[in-house]
Design a protein around this ligand. Structure first.
Ligand code: ATP
Length: 239
């Protein structure tokens, strides 16, 4: 579904992603793990078109998206849930969700979009209860649910999730991971998940890639990575 071939990304002279090749099949959850500064966020942001690859190619559902603009990538079916959630704090929960459907908006679609909002409230009842409150009043976990809900409002077929468990208490983080698994199992979404908490990510993922200083150094089924000595030593120290 998503195929990256020899992708290179730079910030000026900083070579942040080095000849990365990876693929995500339809219906898979794939985890991208690695330490601080490994290039995980850079890679996700390149897929969503906000950064440009200097070399290599990116394809989605058979279409070349290497030079596609971000809004076209959203329309093509890829939605990113950014690191630190980045909800619009002064705006209400409901308006944050509506913004996720921005590119779908038309008078004709209005009823459909409000039905989609109701579906998000069904999935995350706490968002429904607080629909008229500013998003900034929500807790970290609730803001994460909102960020996921906002991404779902774009009706993606593939979700790019950047550290959904970051800064959350372990129980809350586990709950978010359960929701991610449900998005695949119930709604058939394909997920590329970036996480520093490798154990949680690999537990719900089918496969994983390990990124170190911009390069993929290891890849395989999640069960194999969970048992790999190097992965255990470097990334599985915490829960
Ligand atoms: P973290 O888990 O800490 O978010 P990461 O794996 O997501 O790390 P990136 O944020 O993608 O890593 O960073 C990869 C490399 O690119 C790092 O060396 C980082 O310092 C550098 N980098 C990231 N953003 C910029 C930027 N805007 N300008 C210059 N260098 C950057």
């Amino acid at each position: 579904m998503l195929v990256l071939k020899n992708v290179d990304v730079f910030y000026g002279r900083v070579h942040a992603v080095r000849r990365v090749s990876l693929h995500v099949n339809q219906g898979e959850i794939v985890a991208l793990i690695g330490g601080n500064g490994a290039g995980k966020t850079t890679l996700l942001t390149t897929i969503s078109g906000l950064l440009r690859a200097r070399g290599g190619s990116l394809g989605f559902e058979g279409r070349d998206i290497t030079r596609e603009r971000p809004e076209r990538i959203v329309s093509a079916g890829i939605s990113q849930v950014p690191e630190r959630r980045l909800v619009f704090k002064p705006m209400t929960v409901a308006d944050n969700l509506l913004l996720g459907a921005y590119h779908r908006y038309s008078l004709k679609n209005k009823t459909l979009i409000s039905k989609d909002v109701d579906q998000i409230y069904e999935m995350f009842p706490v968002l429904g209860q607080r629909r008229d409150q500013p998003a900034g009043n929500l807790s970290g976990g609730e803001q994460q649910m909102l960020a996921i809900g906002r991404a779902l409002m774009a009706k993606p077929r593939m979700l790019l999730l950047d550290e959904p468990g970051m800064g959350l208490a372990p129980a809350l983080s586990q709950m978010i991971f359960r929701h991610v698994a449900e998005l695949r199992d119930v709604f058939g979404l394909t997920v590329l998940l970036v996480e520093q908490n490798a154990k949680s990510a690999l537990k719900i993922a089918d496969r994983g890639y390990v990124l170190e200083t911009g390069r993929i150094i290891l890849q395989g089924p999640s069960e194999e990575l969970l048992l790999n000595r190097d992965v255990q030593r470097a990334y599985l120290g915490r829960d």
